[in-house]
Design a protein around this ligand. Structure first.
Ligand code: ATP
Ligand code: MG
Length: 350
């Protein structure tokens, strides 16, 4: 049984990277899968958050899901903190995951920065909570941006170690499901989840630094395009985006050593649903002064309907809260029996 799960943190304004790398793919997957899309507010508090802003940002991410075209009647849209099984399973996974595994996570190193002693324990344990978010639904597919690849590998490691550590007990209780790994068939309780990191825009880079990913928590607003930016703001940010002085090459191969140019061409290609080579067939040999206004127009054309719908939805917070509450109820109906199984497998509760 295939099931899709993914989440977005309510930490600041959603970016073009979140839209192209994640949310737009969520929309595409709902055609043929059962999907669960979550606003992961408990992840957000691994870094300091203002409580009122956190609530607003939670509604705003939910609004973006809906505005982009996710159907909350056919699928499930909710926020993480409403379904307490996420936290409960995360504790079990904290006891399955090894310190050494988490020590290798690059996101922790980047987010903790130099003052690692002062990072929250939650920031360190973040990937175990993420594994719980996915596995509490026994989800098989997770659409994400490239930056989350390492966390998904860890999710598989946690599932596999849980399955191994408790294999006798899982068999005794008759709770195993069969899974195919290469040519082998193994049995376990949790599936080994597949990341879905495909197509263009798996990693949109900062507009100020072509080696850094675009992030909603980046302190520089000029580094990113927010979904809710006005047409003027989008045009200004693209105009100010860092580039090199050369004109655009005529083929994608010519972008190899030019991270900023590659990023802008990649964004254009993703927005237009074209290959980079096709974009360069049109803009090869032209200067950025000509390419940037075309890119800005395209970005406005794609984002403004989404932003408009988001604004309309956010104006009625009660409506969004209703959708989140309904989604949480349906998510709980899946999560509660899984958590009950886990308690029996592990031996928690009499
Ligand atoms: P933060 O800086 O708070 O971590 P973020 O922009 O990284 O914010 P997340 O909520 O952590 O956003 O991630 C939500 C989804 O968006 C994930 O699937 C992630 O891989 C994807 N994503 C984030 N940034 C990018 C990007 N620059 N390009 C493509 N996908 C991205
Ligand atoms: Mg992130």
């Amino acid at each position: 049984h295939e099931r899709v799960f993914s989440g977005v943190q309510p930490t600041g304004h959603l970016t073009l990277g979140n839209y192209l790398g994640a949310i737009r793919k969520f929309v595409a997957m709902q055609e043929r899968h059962e999907c669960i899309y979550c606003v992961v507010d408990m992840h957000a508090i691994t870094m300091p958050q203002n409580p009122t802003e956190l609530i607003n940002a939670t509604r705003s991410v939910a609004a973006a899901f809906l505005a982009a075209g996710i159907d909350p009647a056919q699928h499930i849209v909710f926020n993480q903190s409403r379904v307490h099984e996420h936290a409960e399973l995360a504790w079990v996974f904290n006891c399955v995951a090894r310190m050494g595994w988490l020590n290798r996570m690059t996101q922790f190193k980047e987010k903790a920065g130099k003052d690692r002693e002062n990072a929250s324990v939650g920031l360190f344990a973040y990937p175990a909570l993420m594994a719980a978010d996915i596995l509490i639904y026994r989800a098989t597919h997770v659409p994400v941006g490239d930056d989350q690849k390492q966390h998904l590998e860890l999710t598989r490691d946690i599932a596999q170690k849980f399955n191994n550590d408790y294999s006798d007990r899982i068999a005794e209780l008759g709770l195993g499901i069969e899974m195919h790994i290469g040519r082998e068939t193994v049995s376990g309780y949790f599936p080994l989840t597949e990341p879905v990191i495909e197509g263009p825009a798996t990693r949109i880079m900062s507009l100020r630094d072509g080696t850094k990913k675009m992030s909603k928590s980046d302190p520089s607003d000029l580094s990113r395009i927010n979904l809710t930016d006005t047409a003027d703001e989008i045009a200004r940010k693209i105009r100010k985006a860092k580039t090199d002085p050369e004109p655009l090459p005529s083929e994608a191969a010519g972008l190899a050593e030019r991270p900023e140019a590659a990023n802008l061409v990649g964004i254009y290609a993703a927005l237009a649903d074209m290959e980079s080579d096709a974009v360069l067939a049109e803009f090869g040999g032209k200067a950025f002064s000509e390419f940037k206004p075309a890119l800005a127009d395209l970005a406005v054309e794609v984002l403004s309907p989404v932003a408009g719908e988001m604004r309309r939805l956010i104006a009625d917070p009660g409506h969004i809260d209703g959708i989140l509450a309904d989604g949480a109820e349906r998510a709980s109906a899946i999560a509660a029996p899984v958590m009950a199984d886990v308690r029996r497998i592990v031996g928690l509760g009499a």
